[in-house]
Write a protein that binds this ligand. Sequence first.
Ligand code: NDP
Ligand code: 2IT
Length: 444
Amino acid sequence: MNYIKNVMDSVIRKNSNEKEFLQAVKEVLFTLEPVFEQHPEYVRAGILERIVEPERIIIFRVPWIDDNGMVKVNRGFRVQFNGAIGPYKGGLRFHPSVNASIIKFLGFEQIFKNSLTGLPIGGGKGGSDFDPKGKSDTEVMRFCQSFMTELSKYIGADIDVPAGDIGVGAREIGYLFGWYKKLKNSYEGVLTGKGLEYGGSLARTEATGYGLIYFMDELLKSNGKSFRDAKVVISGSGNVAIYAHQKVTELGGKVIAMSDSDGYIHDPEGIDLDTVKLIKEKERKRIRECSSIINTTQFYKGCLNIWDIKCDVALPCATQNEINIETAKKLVKNGCFAVGEGANMPCSIEAIDYFIKNKVLFGPAKAANAGGVATSALEMAQNSMRYSWSFEEVDLKLKNIMVNIYNKASEAAKKYGHEGNMVVGANIAGFIKVAEAMLAQGIV
Ligand code: NDP
Ligand code: 2IT
C-alpha cells in the first residue's frame, strides 16, 4: 500500500540513524494494511503520521558521585510516546547500550502492548546508559536520586508512571520512589514494581514470566499442544526468565538452558531454579557460578549459542535481536515448534517471517509479555483505591488478561484475513483501540 510506504519512508528520513526504532515501526506498519483499506477515516486524520511521532522526548544529564569521590555523568531519557488511552506507562532500562533509538523502539512497542491489556495506560519508556553491574548499593542509590531529581519534573500518578526493565528491579525502584516522595512531599503511585511494604502489588514480580507462559499455554492448547514434557530453552536469567521458568515447570515442562550476557548453562536434567535465583537475584553474580553448585549443569561461553540446543519451545527473555534468520533456521531444523517473546523485539523481522512460514507457533512480544505492564496497571488501580488484593486475586486477573489478549489477537487476525498470525492480530487489535481514541479526541 502506497500510503503506508510513504509514511514509512518519512519515518526513515527523519530517524535514519535509529535502527532499532525503524525496525519496530516497520514491523508494525506493514501489518496494518488491511486496517487502512477498511478505515479511510484513519488516513484523513493522520493517525499513522501522528502515532510514529513521540508526543514528547526528554533527554537529561545525570551527574553522580562514585565511591571514590569521582564525578560521573550518564544520559537519562524518557519518551512519552502516546497518551491517547491513559497516562504514559512503561519501564526504565539501565544498561550501557541505552540510547534514543532503543528507548524509542521500546516506547513505540509499549503503545500497542498497553492497549492490548484492555487497561487505561498510554505508551512510554525511559532509562539511562548507566550500568548497575559492579556498582555498590550506595552508588546505585546516588545515581537513582540524581536521575529522579530530573525525571520527577515530568511524571506523576496521573501523568506518567515508570516501572522496571533491564537493570531496574526492586532495589532501583525503591531508591527512585524514596527520592520522588522526598522531592514532591507526595505519597503517590508514581512508579510500579514497588516493594510490598510500600504500595507494591502481589504478583507483579512474577507477572511478566507467568503472563508469558499463560499466553503461550493458550496458543499451544489451541493448536493441540502443551508444555507437558516439553523441553524449553529460556535466554536470560533476570526477572522475566526466572518466573517463566517457574511457570513452565509448574505446567510439566522442563527448562534445560538459561543464560546471561557471559554465556549459558545447560542441564539435560532441568535447570535448578533455586540455584539460579540464589546466584542471580540474591548474590547478583554471574550465571556461570551455577555450574560449580550443580554437578549436571555445564557452563558455555557466548550467550547466543544457547539457541544451538535442541528444544521444543524457545523463550527469548533477555534482550532485542537475540534471534536472527540463521538462528531461526537452526531452531526450526532442530524441531522447535513454538517461540514466545518474553523480551521486547528479541526476534528480527526476517526471523519472525521464517517462523510463521514454517508454522512455528509464534507469540509476539506485544501480546506475550504484556503481563508485566498489565499487572503494573493493577498496581496503579490498587494504589488509587488505597487497597490491595491477594496474590490469588491478582494472579487470576493476570491470567484472564492474557487469555483475553490471546483471544483479541486471534480474532483480529481472522477478521483481517490472516487467521493464526498472532503478529498481525496483536498489531491490529492494539492499534485500533488507540486509533479510535485519537480519532475521538481530535487533532492533539
Ligand atoms: P533483567 O535485568 O532482570 O534481566 C535481563 C537478563 O537479560 C539478564 O540475564 C541479562 O544478563 C540478560 N541480558 C540483558 N542484556 C543483554 C545483552 N545485551 N546480551 C545478552 N544478555 C543480556 O531484565 P528483565 O528480565 O526485566 O528484562 C528482560 C527482557 O524482558 C527485556 O527485553 C525487557 O524489555 C523485557 N520485558 C521486561 C518486563 C518486566 O516486567 N521486567 C516486561 C516486559 C518485557 P546480564 O545479567 O549478564 O546482564
Ligand atoms: O516492557 C515492559 O512492558 C516493561 N518493562 C514493564 C513496564 C511496566 O510499566 O510495568
